[in-house]
Write a protein that binds this ligand. Structure first.
Ligand code: M6R
Length: 608
């Protein structure tokens, strides 16, 4: 999704902005641009497509200056072209603005401004904001911005520069992430820490309805919307630039797949001490758990699949029913959550608009909330009662991998903690589960050894029009995750079916050579799913099986078998997903796709 960056300081802004934008590339974008305050006017360059185009245009220009803003745009209002690319300027070209978010009342505001004689060049909601600031401008950009943003409905993080206040950069936000970097030579602002970390580790996280005035003289002030100055904590972050490098791998996705064993081990080390669960005040007490009337899990995409696995685990270990819903569906449907419910949100980025919206909805009801999140200090972590971090380091590839397996590890710990506190398992049983969890990293490593099998499968399926994934119970969830991974990276149509549901319609799709990937890791459904394989092969399906079992029916019906290490059934989703991730990765490569940045997708989905 869109990313914004800004700089105000002693150095030349151009390259700092371009480097900052490169760090935001992975979020997904289709055009980019920068504006810099020059000697006598604001200089703006925009380009459609990859950032190289912007860099080339910048290299040909002689633009320099100490204050500037930059943007990568993921088109929402209007196609990806130069007119719609940010920054947007007022008609007098004296104010320039970059925006991340969506303004819901932009059409009303636009009509109002047109009636005042304003003209518009783009189809964006963003141009309305800059013209509105112009409308309120009486010589002070801070005041004009404040008056304008008070009229906006929706989400925004804005960076604003003005030729009439040439020593200032204004940053303001509501419902979109924005943070400030306090550098030795000045200030930075950005949608995320990755573009700041090279310059400073001193970070201020801006909250909603706050506005910052960053000055070239090295001073800064942050106000609320009543213009009362507020003190903000400067956090010292220990993120280093290495954690966002490819570290010798060709792509982030592959690096992140390979990081999983270490990431899971690291998480387990943080969550357990001497085989005991160690959540300190990160989780709820026995009394609180006993009082939960319902348990809900809400998330999107891969995080939702982690939630579905957790549903099985919590139900099995505690006997309590769990309801799992996709955030965008939950938000607009009838709600049965009550104030004694526990609602668990899961998100890599902590910025997913749909999930954040669900948190708002659930908080209105008064339910208890907790979030499993990777990005530290992200918006979600500030909205819920309790937070469990994944601690897997920055996940850059759009396709989520290590966030998923560390989300699972966290959620297994939650399930075990609840079961123990509710007296559903003994400390001895808990230790058996924890011992097994500690074997998972090594068992994941085993799936990372021989990559040829994944490359071969990728080669066999790369020209297919459709590929199907099947499984039952937890394996169906793993099938859904495998299918999503393959779809988003390969652009091949994929779909996951519950094995038992095939006969109720989807079997009609099977014909000679149809490729089907099946997950079989659950003892209680193994024979049933194996029989479904017979039915599939009878109709000509070409089966690849990802399994923990050495089963005769599975062997007879599968063209290729990917054996994963044996584990307790409940933990198998952490292992069965690794081959699926690698098949998706190599299929994307075989098709010549941009594996880390699949088309039309964004890493942090900050709009609904
Ligand atoms: O940041 P989040 O975990 O909240 O993001 C949710 C989904 O957008 C994300 O998992 C998406 O489905 C990934 N591209 C899947 O690989």
């Amino acid at each position: 999704m869109c990313g914004i960056v800004g700089y105000c300081g002693k150095k030349d802004a151009g390259n700092i902005l371009l480097e900052g934008l490169k760090k935001l590339e992975y979020r997904g974008y289709d055009s980019a641009g920068i504006s810099i305050i020059g000697e006598s006017s604001i200089k703006t360059i925009k380009s459609v497509g990859k950032l190289n185009n912007l860099e080339e245009n910048f290299a040909l220009s002689s633009i320099s200056g100490n204050i500037g803003i930059g943007h990568t745009r993921w088109a929402t209002h209007g196609e990806a072209n130069l007119q719609n690319a940010h920054p947007h300027l007022n008609s007098k070209m004296t104010i320039s603005l970059v925006h991340n978010g969506i303004i819901e009342n932009y059409l009303d505001l636009k009509k109002e401004l047109i009636a005042e004689g304003y003209e518009f060049k783009s189809n964006t909601d963003t141009e309305v904001i800059v013209q509105l600031i112009d409308f309120y401008f009486k010589g002070n950009i801070l005041n004009a911005t404040l008056n304008a943003v008070k009229r906006l409905k929706g989400s925004y993080a804005l960076g604003i520069i003005s030729m009439d206040n040439p020593g200032e950069l204004i940053a303001v936000k509501n419902n979109s992430p924005l943070l400030l970097g306090i550098c030795d030579d000045g200030f930075m602002m950005s949608s995320e820490i990755s573009s700041i970390v090279e310059h400073t580790n001193k970070i201020i996280y801006m909250d909603d309805l706050e506005i910052a005035q960053l000055n070239l003289n090295g001073k800064y002030k942050i106000f609320n919307y009543n213009l009362d100055e507020i003190e903000k904590e400067i956090k010292i972050m220990d993120l280093n630039t290495n954690s966002i490098s490819k570290n010798g791998f060709d792509h982030y996705m592959l690096k992140e797949i390979f990081e999983q064993p270490h990431a899971v081990k690291n998480l387990l080390n943080k969550r357990t001490i001497d085989k005991r669960i160690n959540l300190s005040d990160n989780f709820f007490s026995k009394e609180e758990i006993e009082k939960f009337s319902q348990i809900y899990i809400i998330a999107c995409g891969t995080a939702f699949h982690a939630g579905e696995v957790a549903k099985f685990a919590i139900q099995k270990l505690t006997g309590k029913q769990v309801l799992c819903e996709i955030a965008s569906e939950f938000n607009y449907n009838q709600k049965f959550v009550d104030e004694d419910a526990l609602v668990i949100f899961i998100s890599q980025s902590g910025e997913t608009a749909d999930t954040l919206m669900s948190i708002d909805e659930v908080k209105k009801i008064g339910a208890k909330t907790m979030a499993v999140v990777n990005v530290e200090n992200s918006t979600m972590t500030r909205e819920v009662d309790k937070v469990m971090y994944c601690y897997c380091g920055p996940e850059i590839s759009v396709a989520s991998t290590k966030a998923y397996t560390t989300q699972l590890a966290n959620l297994y710990i939650v399930a075990l903690d609840m079961a123990l506190k509710l007296g559903k398992i003994t400390q001895e049983e808990l230790e058996t589960y924890v011992d097994e969890l500690y074997t998972i990293p090594e068992k994941m490593e085993a799936s990372l050894k021989d990559l040829n099998v994944y490359k071969e499968i990728a080669d066999e399926i790369k020209h297919e029009k459709s590929i199907y994934y099947t499984g039952r119970g937890m394996d169906f969830t793993s099938a859904k995750e495998g299918s999503l991974k393959l779809k988003e990276t390969s652009y091949i149509h994929t779909e996951a079916f519950a094995s038992g549901e095939l006969k109720h319609g989807s079997m009609a799709l099977m014909e000679e050579g149809t490729k089907v990937l099946t997950v079989l890791t659950q003892e209680h459904t193994l024979n049933k799913t194996a029989s479904n394989l017979e039915e599939l092969t009878s109709r000509g399906a070409y089966i690849y099986a990802i399994t923990t079992y050495d089963n005769e029916v599975v062997s007879k019906n599968s063209k290729k078998i990917i054996r994963i290490a044996d584990t307790m059934d409940i933990f198998a989703p952490m292992l069965s997903v690794v081959p699926s991730q690698l098949i998706a990765y190599y299929t994307s490569l075989a098709k010549g796709n941009d594996v880390d940045k699949p088309r039309n997708l964004a890493k942090a989905v900050t709009v609904e």
